[in-house]
Design a binder for this molecule. Sequence first.
Ligand code: TYM
Length: 332
Amino acid sequence: KEIVVSGIRSTGFLHLGNYFGAIRNYIRMQEDYNCYFFVADWHSLTTHPDPKDLRGNVFRLLAENIASGLDPEKVALYAQSDVPEIAELYLLLNMLAYKGELEKVPTFKDKVRLQPQNVNAGLLTYPVLMSADILVHRAIKVPVGKDQEQHLEMARNFAQRFNTRYGEELFPEPIAFNFGDNLVRIPSLDGTGKMSKSENEMATLYLNDTDELIRKKVMKAKTDSGPAEPGAPMPETISNLFLLMQSVSAPDAVDNFRLAYENQSIRYGDMKKQLAEDMVAFIAPIREKAQALQQDVPYLRRILKDGAEKARASAAQTLQAARALIGINYYQ
Ligand code: TYM
């Protein structure tokens, strides 16, 4: 079976972008691949979260993953911080990662712009830690959204650099994976970029939103003023709505609105009403299941413990090989 790794930062509730960029693929992959999925709690430390919030976020994220359809019996589901081998590999890879290349990473440059008061070394070496997450299991497929493409390219570079330096193909080169043709990018509801945890709350649909809140957010989604000129390209706000609709609505409904758009009889209010109802039908069962699961802390703890054992067994083998190649295995 091919090895798969992916993680989600424990920084808040899961949103639709996380679901359609990552989790939907996790669920499809769990049958046929050897999957390692984890809560990236170390990655979330770059912003110094309150310890109580962090713990709550980790359990909630776990509950939401399971509620979405992940089966802890089929995959290793664990917290990053329970696998110290990741930190060790991170240290080793840091020796092969150059300041210049790390400073050029667009996500790092964004952070420098957005939080100039907290440009810590963890932020700079974020892609190295992420590479360690992946390479520690020698994964070849990494289900992620479009925003992670660049990080995957760095993981391939580090893998190759290590292999070349130490003269053995220890690490395969991992690729960003999606079951469709392209990596997914779910837009925000206000037409300003991708859906994300930190941006405008009203423009992000969370898997924890109530039915009323989902309706309110969708109905407030930005549309353009009136129909476009015949033959003009579809405005981005409208193509965004179609993208969301394709994700949760029946194909027939999408086709009808597409047709209405083409012959300029579309009413965006109607389209949003339909989208809101389909969104509620999609999110409500996940929300309810996650809320119930979250109460069962002993169950979630057990999952984390089992997951950590599976992940450490795999990671330990990689580290043993890496240490031997580097020459730091003194007792063997
Ligand atoms: P994070 O926590 O920001 O997001 C988790 C996953 O959700 C995807 N995603 C999206 N996909 C489509 N449209 C969107 N609007 C959208 N927003 C988020 C992300 O692409 C990601 O797949 N660095 C990673 C976490 C990470 C990781 C890893 C991932 C750490 N180590 C190793 C894979 C392998 C991150 O910050 O994702």
